[in-house]
Design a protein around this ligand. Sequence first.
Ligand code: NAP
Length: 244
Amino acid sequence: MRSIRDKVVVITGASRGIGEAVARAFAAEQTKLVLCGRDKTRLEKVARSLKLPEGNVVTVLADVSTRTGMREIVNIAYRKFGTVDLFINNAGVGGHRSITETTEREYDLMMDTNLKAVFYCFKELIPRMRKQNFGHIINISSLAGRMGVPGLAVYSASKAALNTFSEAVAGEVRNDNIKVSVLSPGSTDTDFAHGLTGKRPTSSPDSKGKLTPDEVAEAVVFLARQNQSAFTSMVDIRPLRVKK
Ligand code: NAP
């Protein structure tokens, strides 16, 4: 396994949940970090908590579902560090909704955040990674993208599309020394569902039978540390024990 010390790592959705845990895991590897989100207070709190040397962590407030937001993230990363070794598309939204309850606005929100943002990322990043002749993009999908889950129809569809989209692009860029990997976690103990409702949960959700954000982060670091000549394209991670 290679060292990733001093590598430049961009993480979207780093203000909480899995993205925050991924930021902590990479900080422990002494990487340089670009943390993105929209909640300024939370994002800056996460950045401060990492205790990295001054100048090794940058925060970017941007909406990944817009082309200008994604362009801003990529531009700031290159302006600050001159390169991007690893870009983690983690920002995502979803939540339980029957198809008849799902509004068109919610449909667009899930598709734009979970899928179109990655299109913008590829458009902005791949030409630069081709020029530098290396790079790794890790897209956080979901086990809900492997099968159509009742109550998560649009979310499942957005993640299933993300899987095949990533697989196709990976084939286009692998001979340019660029990897595109997909990590699909099962249910993870975060406040995830509030991304759709905009409401923070009033009680803690039941964490039984769920992964912890740190367990997902460990798998992301595993992908990042793999030797440059090897390419793990798709990884599923699930809790060992199921809820009874
Ligand atoms: P979370 O706790 O709700 O965090 C979501 C993150 O995404 C937040 O940091 C949020 O930042 C950011 N975000 C959302 N929309 C954004 C936008 N338009 N622009 C920029 N940032 C945006 O969710 P999580 O559970 O950590 O989920 C992270 C990823 O894992 C998602 O892709 C999700 O689909 C996937 N996943 C989650 C689970 C699960 O059970 N939790 C399972 C499988 C896969 P701000 O609030 O600062 O904007």
